[in-house]
Design a protein. Structure first.
Length: 95
């Protein structure tokens, strides 16, 4: 999936080339994003981009393939970033 800024909208492309858009909320406020697999190469790049745009980001990753080192710059951001080392199939997440 490729991303390109289009004004104040970040536009992502689906594998078939059709655009998929992620927009800011109507008042121009920042989004709260959940990124699964955010410690991988692609996920961490997305996390960095979202944080650079000023969004609040939560990452869920079990680190089976990703590396915590990929999130080094994100971890320095502070309160706008949170990391949870768990898998989405973990029973603790159900609720």
């Amino acid at each position: 999936m490729t991303a390109a800024p289009v004004g104040r909208i970040l536009c992502y492309r689906r594998p078939d080339g059709r655009p998929r858009r992620i927009r800011r909320t109507p008042g121009g406020e920042h989004l709260r994003a959940l990124v699964t697999g955010g410690a991988g190469f692609i996920g961490s790049t997305l996390v960095d981009r979202l944080l650079a745009e000023g969004h609040e980001v939560t990452v869920v990753d079990d680190l089976s393939r990703g590396r915590l080192e990929n999130l080094a710059s994100a971890r320095e951001v502070g309160e706008r970033f949170a990391f949870h080392q768990t898998g989405l199939t973990d029973p603790a997440i159900e609720g």
